[in-house]
Write a protein that binds this ligand. Structure first.
Ligand code: SF4
Ligand code: SF4
Length: 259
């Protein structure tokens, strides 16, 4: 026992201070893109052609759909200008609607707003998550699981991952939802008591991600027609992006809804 206490004292406190203070992200972190279409050469569509998931559109001005984006930088690699499309260090990406996932120059990005008052009263102090791995590469699940480690300590916010959908308040979907996982996911959703939340994590769950054109999958939660309460982009999303989205939903970050 004394050895355990001594070891505990030696290790000290390791949980980061988010949301009071965001942990430092690596220099190579790719967050929300910044667009400067005025710097694009006339008629250039190199970025849109290079994008493997058709996340970039030019018809109504340069726009990037973070619901599809893999943050792979194929687009910036082919851009003839260094500053027309740049990935910033902005980790706050989660939204409440799929329309809000589209980044355009000159308009602000509508970050996820908190749940409505009744849902907030139900889930604000205790939110149990059932994670369903619906056919992706497992990257998103790993970054959800990271939140349970001592460095993030998800439990301090009253949020916990549970094993049974019957104990859950929210179903977290990772992966594009393969046809083989459709029935399993439906059963999980049916077994989760109402009112329940649906949280889609990662490009796969938001749109099919890199599996977009494969007919063995359903293009994520929207493709399956599920009502999604929180969209968290990324491939995979950084744990900070996931936690920021969850805390926004529960009204536990205080910087408003737009960023
Ligand atoms: S970073 Fe996103 S927008 Fe750019 S090419 Fe990759 S998927 Fe497309
Ligand atoms: S979004 Fe990317 S990291 Fe997540 S499951 Fe799909 S391929 Fe893997």
């Amino acid at each position: 026992m004394l050895k355990i206490l001594a070891s505990r004292l030696r290790q000290g406190h390791r949980t980061n201070r988010f949301p009071v203070e965001a942990p430092a992200l690596p220099d190579r972190f790719r967050g929300r893109p910044v667009l400067r279409p005025e710097e694009c050469p006339t008629g250039c569509d190199a970025c849109a052609r290079a994008c493997p998931t058709r996340a970039i559109t030019l018809e109504e001005g340069l726009a990037v759909d973070l619901g599809r984006c893999l943050f792979c930088t194929e687009c910036t690699d082919v851009c003839p200008r260094d500053t027309a499309l740049v990935f910033s260090g902005e980790y706050r990406l989660a939204t409440r609607t799929s329309a809000d996932l589209v980044v355009r120059s000159g308009s602000s990005y509508a970050l996820a707003e908190a749940l409505e008052a009744r849902a907030l009263a139900l889930f604000g102090r205790s939110l149990k998550l059932r994670v369903v791995s619906a056919g992706g590469c497992n990257g998103c699940e790993v970054d959800v699981n990271v939140l349970g480690t001592v460095g993030w300590d998800l439990g301090r916010f009253g949020i916990q991952v549970v094993a049974s959908p019957r104990h859950a308040d929210a179903v977290v979907i990772c992966g594009p939802i393969t046809r083989n996982m459709e029935a399993g996911l439906r059963k999980t959703l049916d077994a989760t008591p109402d009112p329940k939340l649906v949280i889609a994590v990662g490009a796969c769950a938001l749109s099919g991600g890199p599996y977009l054109d494969q007919e063995e999958q359903l293009c994520g939660a929207p493709g399956m027609g599920l009502p999604v309460d929180l969209f968290i982009p990324g491939c995979p999303p950084h744990p900070l992006t996931i936690l920021d989205g969850l805390l926004r939903l529960l009204d536990k970050v205080g910087d408003g809804g737009r960023g």
